[in-house]
Design a protein around this ligand. Structure first.
Ligand code: SIN
Length: 325
């Protein structure tokens, strides 16, 4: 193989999905076509060079789990370390692409930059046999982004959907079915984000810290916090209202949870914008941490990684590790 080869890692998703009736594309099964089949259907010009395909999974990404995240990460790492691989594309379901994105960014983003390679996540909103399927365009864009990374200097863990490339960490799905459902969240920083010098360790254990997301809403009681605490939960991400504000009933229970040593991170359920540490009240007063621009699902993965890393390093607390993701 020459130095321009690409590696495609197939995870499944709607991009590999098939509708029973192509005229009704909203009703379909994800993960039906192999990644090899998706590449073949593109009928690429020879200038793309050889493409190697590894099918890591072929699934609906709603069922993503820690074991699969690790399998994907090890496959990405192996590809980054190979001299004969110039770039990597991951075909993935859009429902949890943002979580995989933040995970790969935190654990392999620096390695990708070190090797001056792009790992590009892509997917589709319409199944492969829909009349206006968006998968082929997205996949083609991802392949070019990965292939041209050295020329464009765009390294790291990227994503491309609906013609918009971005850091995969910054992506979030904000519409149930629109073709441009995945949007790039504008960075709003609450303190430095790039101060991490090295990637976080890839988890090796099958069981990661147990973190749940609790939504704050009118009529919140906080009883869920007590139930989780009694069952041994290790962290709670609050999907707060507005700027990450929390119902007073829920807050009372979360303050006690944090006092008992449970990691509490405050994010917003709004879907866009950052949660700042001083607004509406300082998190430090209760030992909570703001999620900054990470939405609840991304904050949950980030908190798992931060707790794992803090456990293995023993020199740093999870809060300072979380702040670097
Ligand atoms: C999935 O996430 O696997 C299904 C939905 C999608 O890919 O758009």
């Amino acid at each position: 193989m020459n130095s321009g080869n690409l590696l495609v890692l197939g995870m499944g998703g709607t991009i590999a999905g098939l509708a029973t009736d192509p005229q009704k594309p909203m009703s379909y099964q994800a993960g039906q076509i192999s990644a090899h089949g998706l590449i073949e259907a593109l009928q690429l010009d020879s200038d793309m060079g050889p493409i190697e395909v590894i099918q890591v999974a072929n699934m609906d990404s709603r069922h993503m789990n820690e074991e699969l995240l690790m399998q994907l990460a090890w496959a990405v790492k192996a590809g980054l370390e190979r001299e004969d691989v110039a770039g990597i594309v991951v075909t993935h379901g859009t429902d949890t692409m943002e979580e995989t994105g933040v995970f790969l960014h935190a654990t392999l983003g620096k390695l990708a930059s070190h090797y001056r390679k792009a790992v590009v996540l892509t997917g589709a909103m319409l199944p492969a046999n829909a009349e206006h399927a968006d998968g082929p365009t997205n996949l083609r864009a991802a392949l070019y982004l990965a292939k041209e990374a050295r020329e464009t200097q765009q390294f790291g863990i990227l994503a491309v959907m609906a013609g918009k490339p971005c850091l995969a960490r910054d992506l979030s799905k904000q519409h149930t079915h629109a073709l441009d459902a995945l949007v790039v969240n504008a960075r709003e920083l609450d303190g430095p984000i790039h101060k991490r010098q090295a990637d976080l360790n890839l988890p090796t254990q099958m069981v990661w810290p147990w973190i749940e997301i609790i939504t704050s809403h009118g009529g919140s009681s906080g009883r869920l916090v007590d139930m989780l605490t009694s069952q041994g939960v290790e962290g709670i991400v609050i999907a707060g209202t507005g700027q990450g504000s929390v119902h007073q009933n829920l807050a009372q229970h979360l303050i006690l949870a944090a006092e008992a040593g449970i990691a509490v991170v405050r994010s917003s359920r709004t879907g866009a914008g950052a949660v700042f540490s001083e607004i509406p009240e300082p998190d430090s007063a209760w030992n909570w941490l703001s999620a900054r621009d990470l939405n609840p699902a991304k904050a949950r993965i980030a908190l798992q990684l931060a707790l794992l890393e803090a456990n293995s390093r023993k020199t740093e607390d999870w809060q300072s590790i979380f702040a670097t993701i």
